[in-house]
Structure formats: C-alpha cells, structure tokens
Design a protein. Structure first.
Length: 97
C-alpha cells in the first residue's frame, strides 16, 4: 500500500540553512522509489494555523518511505532543515484504488 511523506513548513528561521537543505534534499531521493506530488505550491489554508508551505512525496510502501527518511543522504540534508525552519513531518499510509 502506498505511503505519503507530508512536510508542513511552519516558519523559516534561517534562509541560508534552507538553501543548503534545498540543494542536498533532491540528491537524497536518488535510488529511492519516490514520486514528488506537491512542492510548495500555492496554499489556501481553510482551517488551523497558517503554514508557509507543504511538500508531499509518494512512496510504494511505508517501509520505502522510512528507508528514504532514515537514509544517510537524507539525514545529512535534514540537519540543515532543522536549523533552517520549523516543520511538522509525518508519513501516512494511503489507499490503493
């Protein structure tokens, strides 16, 4: 069953750290079965606190999503994201129709 990594950017703290993250994160997708679906497009908040942006990636399974997130390549990029912005990130299992 497919799984989705959802990243909700709440507040940017350090644009330089985010720029470094943005240069490293795409490299971490290499070798992983990921399909980018949403990348910080126009956002219309209907409920809840405002967000700066949203990213959604689809993976074939929860295990594949977790393998990408815990990979050494993404963990290296992640340190810069943690310095650069406040995020909420989760993996949610989808439904296959």
């Amino acid at each position: 069953m497919s799984a989705y990594v959802v990243m909700l950017r709440e507040q940017t703290l350090d644009p330089a750290a985010m720029a470094l993250y943005a240069s490293l994160a795409p490299l971490a997708r290499e070798g992983h079965p990921v399909t980018p679906l949403v990348k910080y497009g126009r956002l219309n908040m209907l409920e809840g606190p405002a967000l700066e942006g949203c990213l959604i990636h689809r993976f074939p399974t929860m295990q594949a999503a977790e393998a990408w997130y815990t990979s050494p390549q993404y963990q290296q990029a992640l340190t810069h994201r943690h310095q650069g912005a406040q995020y909420r990130v989760f993996i949610v299992e989808g439904i296959d129709v």
